[in-house]
Design a binder for this molecule. Structure first.
Ligand SMILES: [Ca+2]
Ligand SMILES: [Ca+2]
Length: 262
């Protein structure tokens, strides 16, 4: 009886025993949470910031060697609120130079670290252009924001609570205008749509986001007058971080008039 009892107790202890390997705490993995600002211009030396968790980079390496960059500063933060914690406990300041003929695109980089994890991310490098900010309210076809600046320029805006941004340009017959929106490619959540209306408010051209590559619209102006460009989201959504950058250019007419040839 005694013997049997101790066997049962022995089995019970053995059965409930946890594996004795030490349950090591995972080492903190460096992680990039965000990159600010969302785009930077080419052709000059600029700084940008990488926010993240446990970042201790030994440098920064861009896949495209035409882009050169270095770490200026690594700052330890003490995040307190949930919003701050979401950004991580480190801020890394980077100095970057890109040649002025660098093609506008998203450029991938890596932050080399000791250990296995080498955090990667990307930043959009765009043409250096004068920038204009949108001015709300610009929500209706009747009250658009006039864009009087000489093109080319880049308009920066946000599709937040009101749902649409409307701009007005003065077109002249024969001119070709080009509007290109940067949103998804720079990490914005919106699915951009551009719609151009003629002076009678008739929709003459629409461009829709294509596989997260955003969209562009080009149009040859048939007659002088005010033309309206609407910017909105494919599902008519709005959000405080639906930012965009709209490049506005006046392109030379595609076909030169034969009369002007020598
Ligand atoms: Ca807006
Ligand atoms: Ca608006």
């Amino acid at each position: 009886m005694k013997h049997t009892g101790s066997v049962i107790i022995g089995i019970a202890l053995f059965g409930s025993g946890l594996p004795l390997q030490a349950q090591e705490m995972p080492k903190p993995k460096p992680e990039i949470k965000s990159v600010q600002p969302y785009w930077i211009p080419n052709g000059k030396t600029v700084t940008f910031k990488i926010m993240g968790q446990d970042l201790a980079p030994k440098g920064i390496e861009f896949t495209d060697k035409k882009v050169t960059a270095k770490v200026l500063k690594v700052e330890k933060l003490e995040p307190k609120t949930d919003e701050e914690k979401a950004k991580g406990n480190t801020a890394v300041e980077i100095e970057l130079s890109a040649p002025d003929d660098l093609k506008p695109d998203s450029y991938a980089f890596k932050l080399p670290h000791d250990g296995e994890t080498q955090p990667e991310n990307k930043i959009y490098i765009d043409e250096a252009t004068p920038e204009i900010k949108e001015k709300e309210p610009n929500d209706t076809l009747r009250k658009p924001q006039p864009l009087a600046a000489a093109a080319p320029f880049a308009l920066t805006g946000k599709l937040d609570n009101e749902g649409v941004d409307v701009y007005q340009i003065q077109g002249k017959a024969g001119e070709v205008w080009r509007f290109e929106i940067l949103a998804k490619r720079a990490g914005s959540g919106m699915d951009p749509i551009l719609r151009l209306r003629d002076p009678r408010l008739v929709s003459v051209k629409v461009a829709v986001d294509n596989q997260d590559r955003d969209c562009a619209l080009e149009y040859k102006i048939p007659a002088d007058g005010p033309y309206l460009l609407e910017v909105f989201d494919a599902d008519n959504r709005t959000n405080k971080d639906y930012f965009y950058r709209l490049m506005v250019k006046r392109v030379a007419p595609a076909v030169a008039s034969p009369a002007s040839s020598p």
